[in-house]
Write a protein that binds this ligand. Structure first.
Ligand code: PLP
Length: 389
C-alpha cells in the first residue's frame, strides 16, 4: 500500500495499526489516534529496565479513559492533580491507595474530598499547603517537592514547583508536628529531559535530606523521581534503558544499599509515541515577500491540540503520506484567527513542493499533552477527538 511508502522503517513498524485504522475509518480531521498496544509495551519496557521503581502514570499526559483502564489492569498506579482525575482513575479500575495526589497546588476542599475517597498520599511544597493537609488529610503520608534546575528539558517545569531542600527539611519536620506522616521527597527534572545527568544532582539532594531528617529522628521512606523520560520527536533521544540506567546509578551512588521506595511518574514517555494526529491542509499560500517560504495552514493548531508548540518547544515529526519528491521550506500554522496560532516559524521545517490543499498530514508522537491540552472551542474549533485502538 502506498500509505506506508513514506514512512521510515521504525515509524512503519510503529504505526501499522494506526495507519490501517485511518485508512479504513477515514475519521474527520483533526483527530488523535492512540495505539494502546504501544502504551502497554512502553509500560512493560519501563518496568523491565527500572524494576526498582513503582510506576505512577501522570494522568494529565493523556486522560483517555481507555488508557487509564488499560494501565490500571496492568497494575500501574496514578499521579493525579484534580478531583476529576481522581474520579477518572477510580471509575476505570484503580483503587484509592494506588493514587498519589501530586499537585502541590490544591484547594482544601479537594484535599478533603480526596481523603474521603481514600487517597492517603499527597504532595506539597509550601507551609500553607502543609497546613491544609494537616487539617483536611489527617495522618496522611506527605512528600515534599524540591526545586531542581530542569536544564536540558525541552518542556521545563522549573520555578513554579518545589522549594529549596533546606526549606523542605523544615517543612517535613513540621509535617510530623502536625500529625502527618513525613514520607518522602519528590522532584521533576523537567519534561522531555535530554540530559541523563540531571537525575544525579536531584537524587543527591534527596539523599542529603534523608540524612538531615534522620538526625531529627524522621526516617523518610520514599523518593519520587517524577517524569522527564522522553518521547521521540525530531531529535534522537536515548532509549529508556539508558534513562533507567542513569536513574538506578544515581540511586545507588547516593543511597548506597539503603535505597528507599522509589516512585516514577512517567507521562510523556508512556503515551507520547503511541499517538498520531491526522490533520488536513486547509491552505497553502505565498505572502509575496522574499522569505522564500510557503505558509501551510493545517486544521490542527495551538488551540486544538498542539499547545506544546508554544515557543516552538516541542518539535513534532510531520509526515505527508503519499507525497514524496522535492521539498521546500515552510511556515506551519493552525486554522484559528490568532497569530499566536503558528506552530513553526523559526524552526526549519520542509514539506513537499507537491503538497496540496486537502492533503492529509500526520503529526507523529502526539499521544502526550495534545487532545486534552486544548481550548474548549476557540473560534468554534472543538478539541480534537481521540480514538484509542
Ligand atoms: C506532568 C508531571 C509528570 C509527568 O512528566 P513527563 O515528563 O510527562 O513524564 C510527572 N509528575 C508530575 C508531578 C507532573 O506534574
Amino acid at each position: 500500500m502506498i500509505w506506508f511508502s513514506y514512512c521510515s522503517k521504525v515509524l512503519h513498524e510503529m504505526n501499522k495499526k494506526i495507519a490501517r485504522f485511518l485508512a479504513e475509518n477515514v475519521p474527520a480531521t483533526p483527530c488523535l489516534v492512540v495505539d494502546l498496544d504501544i502504551i502497554a509495551k512502553a509500560y512493560e519496557t519501563l518496568r523491565r529496565y527500572l524494576p526498582i521503581a513503582t510506576v505512577y502514570y501522570a494522568v494529565k499526559a493523556n486522560p483517555a479513559a481507555e488508557i487509564v483502564a488499560m494501565l490500571a489492569k496492568k497494575g500501574s498506579n496514578f499521579d493525579v492533580a484534580s478531583p476529576n482525575e481522581i474520579a477518572l482513575c477510580l471509575d476505570n479500575g484503580a483503587t484509592p491507595e494506588r493514587l498519589s495526589f501530586g499537585n502541590t497546588i490544591k484547594k482544601e476542599r479537594d484535599i478533603a474530598a480526596a481523603y474521603a475517597a481514600g487517597v492517603r498520599l499527597f504532595a506539597f511544597d509550601s507551609e500553607a499547603e502543609l497546613e491544609k493537609l494537616a487539617r483536611s488529610a489527617p495522618g496522611a503520608r506527605v512528600f515534599c517537592r524540591i526545586l531542581v534546575s530542569c536544564e536540558g528539558a525541552d518542556w521545563p517545569l522549573s520555578r513554579k514547583f518545589g522549594c529549596t531542600p533546606e526549606l523542605a527539611v523544615k517543612l517535613l519536620c513540621r509535617a510530623r508536628d502536625f500529625g502527618l506522616d513525613p514520607y518522602g521527597v519528590s522532584f521533576h527534572v523537567g519534561s522531555q529531559q535530554t540530559d541523563l545527568g540531571q537525575w544525579d544532582g536531584a537524587v543527591a539532594s534527596a539523599a542529603r535530606m534523608f540524612s538531615l531528617l534522620a538526625e531529627a529522628d524522621i526516617n523518610l521512606r520514599m523518593v519520587n523521581i517524577g517524569g522527564g523520560f522522553p518521547a521521540r520527536y525530531r531529535s534522537e533521544v536515548s532509549p529508556v534503558a539508558a534513562y533507567a540506567g542513569a536513574v538506578t546509578a544515581a540511586l545507588t551512588r547516593h543511597f548506597g544499599n539503603r535505597i528507599p521506595e522509589v516512585i516514577v511518574e512517567p507521562g510523556r514517555s508512556l503515551v507520547g509515541d503511541a499517538g498520531v494526529i491526522q490533520s488536513e491542509v486547509v491552505l497553502i499560500s505565498d505572502k509575496g515577500d522574499d522569505s522564500g517560504k510557503r505558509w501551510v495552514y493545517l486544521d490542527a493548531g495551538k488551540f486544538n491540540g498542539l499547545a506544546e508548540t508554544m515557543d516552538e518547544s516541542i518539535k513534532y515529526r510531520i509526515e505527508t503520506p503519499g507525497r514524496g519528491g522535492a521539498t521546500g521550506p515552510v511556515v506551519i500554522a493552525g486554522p484559528t484567527c490568532d497569530s499566536a496560532d503558528i506552530l513553526y516559524e523559526k524552526t526549519e521545517y520542509r514539506l513537499p513542493l507537491g503538497l496540496e490543499v486537502g492533503d492529509k498530514v500526520e503529526i507523529m508522537s502526539t499521544g502526550a499533552y495534545t487532545s486534552s491540552y486544548a481550548s474548549v472551542g476557540f473560534n468554534g474549533f472543538p478539541p480534537m477527538r481521540t480514538y484509542c485502538i
